[in-house]
Design a protein. Structure first.
Length: 388
């Protein structure tokens, strides 16, 4: 660098520049030359280096280099090159102005640190795209790990920038932070707990993108669309988006409907109340009526039977024969303990169609069948009339 300065001074002297003007003109020439060189290197990197590197990564058989070293990452790296040139030329250009040299050197160092951090953050962002299976547990865990890594990188960069600006050794600042760690943990208590909860949520595979979750005591009831270290975004069925802290899911309870979605049926558990005064022993006329209608076979009504028991038998056969009911899973019609609102009969079965609208339609059709055919067995649905 010293040779360049001497060469410029000798060149100006040979051109007949007065001795008292050599320093000023030399200074201007070096400043302009440094700026032009930095711009030229930046231009060459963007127009020459970037296309070459992209062609090289495109020709390789590996896919990871196409993801990690894309155009955005390479362009960010190219922005560091002009700053390094300026960094190297500053001692030569401003050797007569130590104060200006010191200020510009620190600002350049801050610029290099910031851009180097941006480069590392962009590379870390690309890591989570290496797993192409969106919503998988490994993809979510990698996303959480990248989030923590980015926070660590940004924290280190902030400490380094502060150290540069106040002209201190970064290690001295890190050592000082150890003494104030208790205060930092108290101030950022919620943030730290949220980060830990986010890691637990993804590493334990408690929820995945696309899962349908319900959180008791909150309006959350919809599909998960995004999971980060600090938030879980849920799209409600009315298309609104609700944000839930991971800490709420980890420390509390929530219902994940993924098991139902992956199973062979969606559970139905409905109770119908019957008037206790309509329950009676089945006489021969009722048996003949049911046999004539084809609801039950005569051999299933032999002996002393009750119309409620016959109706339960009929409903169970009806459910097993229903095309939308999975007969290979539990199908049960049971009587529960009597209440002041009548005798409850619970229908427990699984519907093959798990889509919400279709599911509710099928269940409604089945319950309407129960209400309509109860009278055929001499039963009445319980009704509570208001007191006059």
């Amino acid at each position: 660098m010293e040779r360049i300065r001497i060469f410029v001074e000798e060149l100006l002297s040979s051109m007949g520049v007065a001795d008292n003007s050599v320093a000023v003109i030399r200074h201007i020439v070096l400043v302009v030359g440094t700026i032009l060189l930095a711009w030229l290197l930046d231009y060459l990197c963007r127009k020459l280096v970037v296309p070459v590197l992209l062609r090289i990564t495109a020709r390789t058989k590996a896919k990871w280099d196409d993801i990690v070293f894309d155009r955005s990452v390479i362009c960010t790296a190219c922005h560091i090159v002009p700053a390094i040139v300026v960094w190297e030329f500053l001692p030569m250009v401003f050797y007569q102005f130590p104060t200006i040299q010191e200020i510009l050197t620190r600002l350049t160092a801050v610029y290099i640190t910031v851009n180097a951090t941006r480069l590392m953050v962009k590379i870390i962002d690309r890591f989570r795209f290496l797993n192409t299976k969106a919503g998988s547990s490994s993809s979510q865990y990698l996303k959480s790990f990248c989030g923590v890594l980015k926070i660590v990188m940004i924290f280190i960069a902030v400490v380094v920038v502060v150290a540069i600006l106040i002209d201190k050794n970064p290690m001295t600042l890190f050592a000082g932070l150890g003494a104030t760690s208790a205060i930092l943990m108290l101030v950022f208590k919620d943030t730290i707990e949220g980060l830990v909860a986010g890691v637990r949520l993804t590493s334990n595979e408690m929820v995945h993108i696309g899962d349908w979750i319900t959180v008791p005591g909150t309006p959350v009831d919809g599909n998960v669309i995004d999971i980060t270290l600090t938030t879980v975004k849920v799209r409600q069925f009315d298309n609104t988006i609700t944000t839930v802290p991971p800490l709420t899911l980890v420390n509390g309870t929530f219902q994940n409907w993924k098991g139902m979605q992956e199973s062979n049926g969606r559970q139905v558990k409905r109770v119908v109340y019957f008037d206790v005064r309509s329950i009676r022993a089945a006489d021969e006329s009722l048996k003949a009526h049911l046999a004539e209608k084809g609801y039950l076979k005569s051999e299933r009504m032999e002996g002393d039977v009750v119309n409620m028991g016959l109706f339960r038998t009929y409903l169970e056969s009806y459910l097993r024969a229903h095309e939308e009911v999975n007969s290979e899973m539990t199908v049960m019609v049971r009587q529960k303990e009597a209440t002041q609102s009548g005798i409850p009969v619970e229908l427990y079965f699984f519907v093959l169609n798990k889509e919400w609208v279709s599911y509710e339609g099928i269940v409604s059709d089945i319950l309407e069948h129960v209400y309509a055919y109860a009278n055929e067995f001499g039963l009445k649905i319980y009704e509570q009339f208001p007191v006059q």
